[in-house]
Design a protein around this ligand. Structure first.
Ligand code: SAM
Length: 408
């Protein structure tokens, strides 16, 4: 069967018109003519008859087998345009449009946080990412996504799996680049006993990891797994949220600063361990709010030891159940909001009833962003601009920062 690809769906698959409805094809681009075998609603064994001018040779040698990246076969300009279109389509779904600032993309080899999978095999250890929608694990020694520091940690991770893994179960290893070495959180490993604890701690020492968390337990803390947020040094709890690349974090922070402009007192909602709150506090008073009390404790400790900050207060609070209400928001001249993928329905409804003049909104989900944007706009806010920040290069993941303002 021969089809012409009309567009890419949200998971990066090409979509074409088939005899009984849409047909999905992996690894293709819009306007490509593709020949393959129709299997259900998928075209398999696909061969490109007419390639798109946007097609490039995948830069990574693992691209065909690894499921980590979906858009390696597309030129950077195409990916940028497609990601912006995803946001435009989500906004259009709510009847909204916006001016766009130029997209900022993180280069390859900058991912500083990733979750890998591993298991023991007959001959050693298989450590990598899953193939697309599959149980199959693919080794990725030359991955072009991960920061070289994380790639250099592979032998140490393999040593952990050799000791603490089994051939029947798969381990999950969350790895984060920190100032004290790679911070590792392992789940699915063997239960700890005194010998395993000691052996794992020895690996942490010899491979110079900063910290190892096994299940819920900190097995070793060789050095502080610290992050730098502005003038502050923060040690986030194991497994805590961190922007995926330092470049992406810098682009989001620059967008937040541009959106806010000079301010007297701002509230940072869903502040994490202080990614935005701490740098902003160098120039304005900040009240930082987050659901995870361990992240708030880390932020407060970092703030206490930093010099040159304006007044910074912090509060652990569930913003889904107990959003800051308009009377509490009345103290602030600006707000930052960076919710999880579910968005911030309750908090945005309260912001919509507030008098806060300017909001810098960060989002990792264009659909919930568009829903929340609609709530603000109906209440009288203007969506001044949107900027896509691509820190999940070659994936279909889309992040953005936006400015809303009212009254002036
Ligand atoms: C996308 S992260 C952003 C964190 C921070 N702004 C940053 O850039 O590092 C979303 C944050 O929302 C927090 N969160 C999730 N659900 C929450 C809730 N119901 N109330 C408050 N915070 C919540 C998470 O712990 C996480 O730190």
């Amino acid at each position: 069967m021969i089809v012409t690809i009309e567009r890419l769906g949200h998971l990066g698959d090409g979509v074409a018109a088939g005899p009984d409805g849409p047909v999905f094809v992996q690894g293709v681009l819009p306007r490509e003519v593709v020949e393959g075998v129709l299997t259900g609603d998928r075209l398999t064994e696909a061969k490109i008859v007419t390639p798109s001018p946007d097609r490039v040779k995948s830069p990574c040698r693992h691209a065909r087998t690894c499921g980590g990246c979906q858009l390696q076969h597309a030129a950077d300009g195409f990916v940028a345009g497609w990601k912006q279109q995803v946001v435009e389509t989500a906004l259009a779904g709510q009847g909204l449009t916006a001016p766009f600032r130029p997209l900022q993309a993180s280069p390859g080899q900058t991912r500083r946080r990733a979750t890998m999978s591993a298991r023991r095999t007959k001959s050693g250890v298989l450590l990598g990412f899953h193939a697309r929608a599959s149980e199959t694990l693919v080794a990725i020694p030359d991955c072009l996504l991960l920061h070289p520091t994380l790639i250099a940690a592979f032998p140490g991770l393999e040593a952990l799996v050799t000791l603490g893994g089994s051939r029947s179960a798969e381990l999950s290893l969350q790895i984060t680049q920190t100032r004290g070495g790679v911070d590792v959180v392992v789940t699915g490993g063997k239960p700890l006993d005194a010998t395993l604890r000691m052996d794992l701690a020895r690996i942490v020492e010899s491979h110079r990891f900063s910290r190892l968390t096994w299940g819920e337990e900190t097995v070793a803390l060789r050095d502080r797994p610290a992050q730098t947020f502005g003038a502050a040094t923060v040690v986030p709890p194991a497994g805590a949220f961190l922007q995926a690349t330092a470049e992406g974090e810098a682009a989001l922070l620059a967008g937040v600063r541009t959106a806010l402009g000079p301010q007297k007192r701002v509230v940072d909602l869903f502040c994490g361990a202080g990614t935005f709150a701490l740098p902003l506090a160098e120039a304005m008073e900040v009240h930082a709010v987050e659901g995870d009390s361990a992240m708030i404790a880390a932020l407060e400790l970092g703030a206490r030891h930093a010099s040159g900050l304006r007044r910074l207060t912090a509060e652990a609070r569930d913003l889904f159940r107990r959003p800051l209400e308009p009377d509490e928001l009345a103290h602030f001249t600006g707000a930052v909001i960076d919710p999880p993928r579910a968005g911030a329905e309750a908090q945005v409804k309260a912001l919509a009833r507030s008098t806060v003049p300017v909001i810098a909104a960060v989002s990792c989900n264009p659909i919930t962003f568009a829903r929340d944007a609609k709530t603000l706009i109906v209440a009288g806010y203007t969506l001044d601009w949107v900027q896509v920040v691509d820190q999940f290069r070659w994936s279909t993941h889309v992040e953005l920062v936006a400015r809303f303002s009212r009254g002036g």
